[in-house]
Design a binder for this molecule. Structure first.
Ligand code: URA
Length: 280
């Protein structure tokens, strides 16, 4: 990969913000290659009796996975029932996009300029799900194109992902709530049949949940994002199980730069999962 000076500067800034603020050697080390080397090649240190001593063999334990939870039965309104019927009748992402664009059941559509459906290749192994479009996304009709989108792109780039090649991006809701307020439970419920069908038709290898809203509505998690981030869950629907990783929303990272360290851990965990399942 060759970077121009500006790109290199942005990558360095991202690494520094994430806590990697010191160069240890002159040449870059591919830590993934090191991690994947056969055990025999790893230098073996004398066994230690001190359990808290750091050694090359010590790998921090993965945080416990999130428990599997059934989605609670949703109260069915006329609009959600229509959304379910429309979503079930779609058999491709193009059909689903057209159905969402034609759906008149959600009042958010009347104040929004665009329907924001998705970005990225349909066959991307990773599907990222955010909350909903903001002002920039509404203007452009694409998810994550504002400030938080630019940060998201840099985060993805740092682990070899991009919306041009291998990352598909969408949101829980398709229209910008006025004044960027959080979507109401009713608005989310109306969009949910489309979101669930979206996951089914997209059939990604891995889902990344950006923040509390997708965590709640995709995994039905009882934990908040601070407790759940970095812990793999399983999205199970229609006989298919997809590993799902909650992490902080990029807008939160812009407000709370100290959380970028944890986000970086989550990105590494994503990268390793993709390697593990042969999707990277
Ligand atoms: N925040 C989101 O959750 N989604 C977007 O598309 C943009 C900002």
């Amino acid at each position: 990969m060759s970077l121009d000076a500006n790109e290199a500067r942005r990558m360095l800034q991202w690494l520094a913000d994430a806590g990697a603020d010191e160069a240890l050697v002159d040449e870059p080390v591919d830590r993934y290659a090191v991690a994947n080397r056969p055990m025999m090649e790893v230098p073996v240190a004398a066994p230690s009796t001190r359990t808290n001593e750091l050694s090359p063999q010590r790998v921090s334990p993965a945080p416990p996975p999130l428990p599997l939870r059934q989605a609670p039965a949703q109260p069915i309104t006329a609009a959600t029932a229509t959304a379910r019927e429309l979503a079930a009748a779609c058999h491709s992402l193009e059909e689903l996009r057209a159905a969402v664009e034609a759906f008149e059941g959600c009042a958010l559509k009347t104040t929004a300029k665009s329907t924001v459906f998705s970005a990225g290749p349909a066959d991307a192994p990773v599907m990222l799900i955010g909350e909903g479009p903001g002002r920039d996304e509404d203007l452009e009709g694409l998810p994550f194109v504002g400030r938080s989108g630019r940060l998201l792109d840099r985060m993805l780039e740092a682990v070899g992902l991009s919306r041009q090649t291998n990352a598909y991006i969408t949101n829980v809701i398709f229209w910008r709530p006025p004044g960027n307020r959080p979507p109401t439970a009713e608005e989310v419920a109306m969009c949910a049949p489309f979101l669930l069908r979206h996951i089914e038709l997209k059939a990604p290898k891995v889902i990344v949940l950006l923040g509390a809203t997708p965590l709640k509505h995709v995994l039905n998690a009882a934990e908040g994002i601070t407790r759940a981030r970095g812990r793999w869950g399983l999205y199970a629907s229609a006989g298919v199980e997809i590993p799902a990783l909650p992490t902080f929303h990029p807008a939160y990272l812009l407000r709370t730069p100290s959380a970028k360290r944890q986000a970086w851990q989550d990105l590494l965990s994503l990268k390793l999962k993709l390697r593990e399942i042969g999707a990277a």
